[in-house]
Design a protein around this ligand. Structure first.
Ligand SMILES: [Fe+2]
Length: 306
């Protein structure tokens, strides 16, 4: 009897702890946070520029708290928006996203897509991404309306950086961009964007959804000042203090989110990885890794970052 009651008490404690952890993780996944980061990539003497980095929104139209929070970002009045993909998680998400972005679509912007823009989410093992990548990708599911999303963005003037290079002048600062389609699905066409970044531009930015090392290596070798990406969800379920266990790609967990550097072929680039604003609708949990957007303040090279 004593043994049975001890086992019962242990099981009860375990279940209560699990329920409390799950409740916390569900709550944290809805604690939208704006992170501020300085990025010293401008020419000497240039005025600071503010870049809003959005990623991994994974929007379902009924997620009103998330959509309202995204809508509030327009008040920041950024100079440029960079969207690194995984916007969609529902067949009817495009109008909700366009509505939430509102006047942000009137701001100069660039975007690439992620795998979750292309395919409907499916119920999977919620902790499967912590396991080693088996290389399999679930693409035998209905497509999402990514073409409508691209059309809405480009109609507003945002540049589609899917496997292409482009340029944009913002407040007198000339940006040279290179972007790739989602490396997680092996859709990145690196030869299409290869070659030295435009030295005549003031700032050179590489943009990708998933920060696979082959992409970071090429952008760095080609002389891009900074690379912006998402996809990792910052680890999504992290150890206390925010230490990521996985990145869902071949990037090391130490760089799962935030501002870091990447070194390759004797060159170095800044790397900013957004932990993103969402998750799969089937795994809306986060631990020690709040959903985020980032306001990057571009400053002259040599200025300190915060
Ligand atoms: Fe994502």
């Amino acid at each position: 009897m004593r043994l049975a009651s001890a086992i019962g008490a242990t099981l009860g404690t375990g279940l209560a702890t699990g329920a409390a952890m799950t409740a916390y993780a569900l709550w944290e996944a809805r604690q939208y946070t704006l992170r501020h980061v300085g990025l010293p990539v401008l020419p000497e003497g240039a005025e600071p520029l503010r870049v809003l980095h959005l990623s991994d929104m994974h929007v379902v139209p009924s997620q009103h708290k998330k959509l309202d929070w995204i809508a509030s970002l327009a008040a920041l009045k950024p100079d440029l928006v960079v969207d690194t993909g995984d916007n969609l998680a529902h067949q009817r998400a495009v109008p909700a996203i366009v509505n939430a972005l509102g006047t942000l679509l009137d701001v100069p912007g660039v975007f690439v897509h992620g795998s979750n823009d292309y395919y409907e989410p499916r119920l999977r093992n919620p902790f499967g991404y912590l396991l080693p990548d088996n290389g399999k990708r679930q693409t035998n599911v209905p497509e999402l309306p990514w073409r409508d999303l691209s059309a809405s963005f480009t109609k507003s003037g945002w540049l589609d950086l899917t496997n292409t290079r482009s340029s944009l002048t913002v407040k007198g600062i000339e940006f040279a961009f290179a972007g790739v389609d989602d490396p997680h699905l092996n859709l990145d066409d690196l030869p299409a964007v290869a070659g030295p970044a435009d030295e005549a531009a003031d700032v050179r930015l590489g943009v990708a959804h998933a920060p696979y090392l082959r992409v970071l290596d090429q952008f760095t070798a080609d002389g891009y000042d900074a690379i912006l990406a998402g996809h990792t969800h910052g680890g999504q379920v992290c150890l206390p203090g925010g230490r990521a266990l996985a990145t869902n790609c071949d990037l090391d967990p130490e760089r799962a989110r935030g501002l870091h550097t990447h070194t390759y072929a004797g060159r170095q680039a800044w790397l900013h990885v957004s932990a993103g604003l969402g998750t799969s609708p089937y795994t809306r949990i986060r631990i020690a890794c709040r959903p985020e957007a980032t306001l990057l303040t571009l400053t002259p090279r040599g200025a300190s970052r915060r």
